[in-house]
Structure formats: structure tokens, C-alpha cells
Design a protein around this ligand. Structure first.
Ligand code: SAM
Length: 265
């Protein structure tokens, strides 16, 4: 399992369903990490598991040369479409456990639980080793992962509905657009740490009928000790773990850990 199988039909509506993620604020945080941990800002950055390219485009707009890797052709296709006015981004369809670049980069980002899609500790280690291999000496790796608290208490065995139907324009009048609904059923297996997501997408068609597509995704819940061990085994020095973009310490109810690590060479 590569982790990208569940990113086919959902690619078309992914950005609408994740509209609440503030990538501008996230990119501000990335740049604060550059300033805190690097002697100078990097010129070339890899966005690993770039998905539809939200972080890639944020960083490209701030002047970084970008490489963007993802395993899903459908997600990359969306990213490519969004980047038509931002020439020069190198998009590569590769598995993050064994990706290859032409040379090293100054920093790697990997955002929004992408590493939780690696379903075995050895896959995490292989990915970290590839990141180490393609980072400049002392280059920076910024990534996040969902916490055990989130798997146990938020994902759990819960069901959610995501929907996107209307947009408000600046004059506060509504503009209707095709509706998207996503039913999302989780099954968490504490014994294996695996959490399965069954997603049913309903997209409104021009004739008012709805098209249904189903996706199945699996994430793995990693303990902080496992992540730290894999970083150390890959030659990545952990610089910090935080619970938000203001470098706050994680607590027992933190849902996402944000990490910074440096390539020791
Ligand atoms: C939750 S999305 C996040 C995408 C993007 N980073 C963002 O912030 O929106 C997870 C992404 O990881 C990718 N992915 C999962 N497993 C992968 C693998 N083994 N190799 C490459 N990409 C993978 C999926 O295709 C998907 O685009």
C-alpha cells in the first residue's frame, strides 16, 4: 500500500473540503522556522506529498524555487492546474518512501498528515532516509503528524459530514455553485494503530443529479517515541515539536504535532 490509493475521485473536491486550512499562516510558520533554524533562507524547497499544491504555491509565491512530489496522479493533476500562472515548479509523481531528485534541496516540507499515510514504521524510516539523502547538510525538514489523542478522540469510530455548497461574495450576496457532500466514517484499530476512513462523495452535476464516488484511506497513529527514533535512525536531528504555529508546547489534547528536524551530514 502506498497511501495514495484513496486520492482519486476526492482530488476534484479536495480543496473545497479542506478550505478551513490556513496555508498562508502555515507558510508564515515555515518561513519563521527558516529564520530560526537556517543561516539563510533556502533557494530550493521540496514539498513532499504536495497533494493539490497548496503549500507548494504559497512558497512559490514567496520566491522559492519549488519541487513538488506526490504519489497520486489525480492530486498532482489538480496541483498542475492550479500552477498554470506559476511557471517553473517541477512536479514529480513518486512514492515518498523511495523518491529521487536531481540534487539536494535546502528544505523539505510535508504537510497535513501526509506521513500518517505511511502504514508501517519501516515506511516512515525509509521516507526519513530519503529526506535526509536529498537535504543539504544542515538542511531543514518541516512536517506534521496527527497525534494519538486525535486518533483516539476525534477520528475514533466517529462519522462526519463535510459539505460545500455556497460562497458569499464581498457584497454579501450568495452565489450558488455545485454542491459537494462527503460522508466520512472512521474505524480506529487501537491494536494496530491503523485508522480506516470510508469516504462517500456526492457531487452535484449540471442536471441536478448527484454523482457518487467512494474512497478508502488508511492512516497510522505513530507514538512520539517512534517518530523520534525514526528521525534519529535516519540522521535527522530533532529541533522541536510544537502544537501550533506559535511554537507552543504540545499538551495532552494536541491534535497535530509540528516538527522541525535538521539533516546531520
Ligand atoms: C492529506 S493529503 C495532504 C496533501 C498536501 N500536503 C496538503 O497539505 O494538502 C496527503 C497526500 O499524501 C499523498 N501520499 C500518501 N502516501 C504517499 C506516498 N507513499 N508517496 C507519495 N505521496 C503519498 C497523497 O496522495 C495525498 O496527496
Amino acid at each position: 500500500m502506498s497511501g495514495c490509493e484513496g486520492y482519486s475521485a476526492i482530488a476534484r473536491v479536495y480543496d473545497r473540503l479542506n478550505a478551513e486550512i490556513d496555508y498562508a499562516a502555515w507558510a508564515d510558520f515555515v518561513e519563521r522556522c527558516f529564520d530560526r533554524f537556517l543561516p539563510r533562507r533556502p533557494e530550493l524547497v521540496l514539498d513532499l506529498a504536495c497533494g493539490t499544491g497548496s503549500m507548494t504555491l504559497q512558497l512559490a509565491a514567496r520566491g522559492y524555487d519549488m519541487i513538488a512530489v506526490d504519489g497520486s496522479a489525480e492530486m498532482l493533476s489538480e496541483a498542475y492546474g492550479r500552477a498554470v500562472d506559476t511557471p517553473g515548479i517541477l512536479f514529480l509523481q513518486q512514492d515518498m518512501r523511495e523518491f529521487e531528485l536531481y540534487g539536494t534541496v535546502g528544505a523539505v516540507t510535508c504537510c497535513l498528515d501526509s506521513l500518517n499515510y505511511l502504514l508501517a514504521p519501516d515506511d516512515l524510516l525509509r521516507t526519513f532516509r530519503c529526506v535526509h539523502n536529498y537535504l543539504d547538510p544542515d538542511g531543514l525538514f518541516l512536517f506534521d503528524m496527527n497525534t494519538p489523542y486525535k486518533f483516539q478522540n476525534v477520528y475514533g469510530n466517529n462519522a462526519y459530514i463535510l459539505e460545500d455548497e455556497l460562497v458569499w461574495d464581498e457584497g454579501e450576496e450568495t452565489e450558488e455553485r455545485a454542491a459537494v457532500f462527503c460522508g466520512w466514517q472512521n474505524t480506529f484499530h487501537p491494536d494496530t494503530g491503523l485508522c480506516e476512513f470510508d469516504l462517500s462523495l456526492f457531487e452535484e452535476m449540471p442536471d441536478g443529479n448527484y454523482r457518487r464516488s467512494d474512497e478508502h484511506q488508511t492512516e497510522r497513529c505513530y507514538l512520539l517515541t517512534e517518530i523520534k527514533q525514526a528521525l534519529a535512525d535516519a540522521g535527522l536531528e530533532l529541533l522541536g515539536v510544537w502544537s501550533d504555529f506559535s511554537f507552543a508546547e504540545p499538551t495532552d489534547v494536541t491534535e497535530r504535532w509540528y516538527f522541525a528536524a535538521r539533516a546531520k551530514k
